[in-house]
Design a binder for this molecule. Structure first.
Ligand code: NDP
Ligand code: PYC
Length: 336
């Protein structure tokens, strides 16, 4: 029998999330930003980064490590670099406060980078790049996590699940967006498989001895695998370097050391780069936009789907019908 589910309007899901966060010591500003993030994950049916995340958010707040009210500190580093110190809070408020500066700098210089530092980061990156594309810039984002993933050919967790996301603005249409972990799947998917007592697909993980496993419990004790073997492994190393030492922030193995066994949200930095189509294309802007559309139409024209197509369909459905979540999870969240 499928597990029992609860159906909530989007408004009710937001109120539940913000209420839980405020009752666990978060300021209204942070609770609003984090609640919007987990509800967006839920309404786009990205369940590993939806309301489920409230469990570990609250664990972080109760540990005393995550600040529920720190105000981010913005620093204008250079004409095309802005830094924001999240000061040990979740990343969302820092992102919201720094993005107007990032977009302005990208419009002035053609491209600009945002360094978010000292943040607890759990959100799906599509939320960030999609918000930037809606303001007319193309964007890429990357961040480490905790050391969960073995490098290709290795057996010990070293890299994070290190997501990488990209968005391309399409005026008058939903942007082209992709967002993936550089592991075969996000860690959250393995955690949900454990909760739901489901085996993992082949190729996701190895156990503590380095042998392939389909058991989510063994996988969480062992290591996840990078997607695409040495290719995903190299991308993951790049993300460690660019969003770690380049920004002066922690890599995934350092984030896990910083965690000290608390098993809360990873603590590190994030790199976001924005590109202004206007600056790059100048007078050829509309012609270049039209050429980009030809590419995207030729993808769907041969029966392939665009990344985010499933998400956008889920969003439209959720706005009509509300969101569905597992009843056991709903009860756990209410108990918080
Ligand atoms: P998925 O493998 O589910 O999806 C990756 C991307 O591929 C999505 O953009 C998805 O679009 C697209 N896609 C999937 N199937 C197809 C297809 N058949 N054709 C075209 N495109 C397709 O994601 P992951 O498990 O790798 O990651 C899930 C989330 O976890 C991400 O949002 C990521 O940001 C988040 N995460 C966050 C971390 C953090 O530290 N903050 C760490 C690791 C992951 P669609 O959504 O429409 O299916
Ligand atoms: O699902 O891999 C993951 C993840 C790590 C941090 C936030 N999500």
């Amino acid at each position: 029998m499928p597990p029992a589910t609860v159906n909530l309007t989007i408004r009710a899901a937001y109120e539940l999330a913000s209420d839980v966060l405020v009752r666990n010591g978060m300021s209204a500003l942070h609770a609003d930003a984090v609640a919007r993030s987990v509800v967006a994950g839920q309404h786009d049916e990205c369940h590993s980064h939806g309301l489920y995340r409230l469990l570990v958010c609250v664990k972080g707040l109760r540990s005393g490590k995550v600040s529920g009210n720190a105000m981010p500190a913005l620093l204008d580093v250079a004409p095309s670099i802005v830094r924001v110190d999240a000061r040990s809070a979740f990343s969302q408020v820092a992102f919201n406060q720094a993005t107007p500066v990032l977009v302005l700098k990208a419009r002035e210089s053609g491209m600009a980078a945002l360094s978010i530092n000292n943040c607890y980061h759990f959100s799906a990156l599509w939320q960030e790049v999609e918000a930037l594309a809606e303001q007319g810039v193309a964007a890429i984002a990357m961040t480490p996590s905790h050391a969960y993933v073995a490098p290709a050919g290795g057996k010990q967790p070293l890299f994070g699940t290190n997501p990488f996301a990209f968005a391309w603005p399409r005026p008058g249409k939903a942007p082209f967006v992709f967002d993936f972990a550089t592991s075969v799947a996000a860690r959250g998917e393995v955690e949900l498989a454990l909760r739901n007592q489901q085996p993992l697909p082949d190729g996701w993980a190895i156990d503590r001895n380095g042998d392939p496993t389909n058991d989510p419990h063994e996988a969480l004790q062992g290591a996840m695998l990078p997607f695409g073997s040495y290719k995903g492994s190299a991308l993951s190393a790049m993300i460690e370097l660019l969003a770690g030492p380049l920004l002066g922030d922690l890599m995934s193995f350092e984030s896990l050391e910083h965690d000290g066994g608390a098993r809360i949200t990873p603590f590190h930095g994030e790199l976001i780069i924005a590109f202004s189509p206007e600056r790059f294309s100048g007078a050829a802007l509309e012609a270049n936009r039209a050429r980009a559309e030809v590419l995207l139409q030729r993808i769907v024209g041969q029966g392939a789907r665009l990344p985010s197509q499933r998400r956008f369909a889920a969003r439209a459905r959720s706005f009509r019908e509300g969101v569905h979540l597992d009843e056991a999870l709903y009860k756990e969240i209410c108990a918080l």
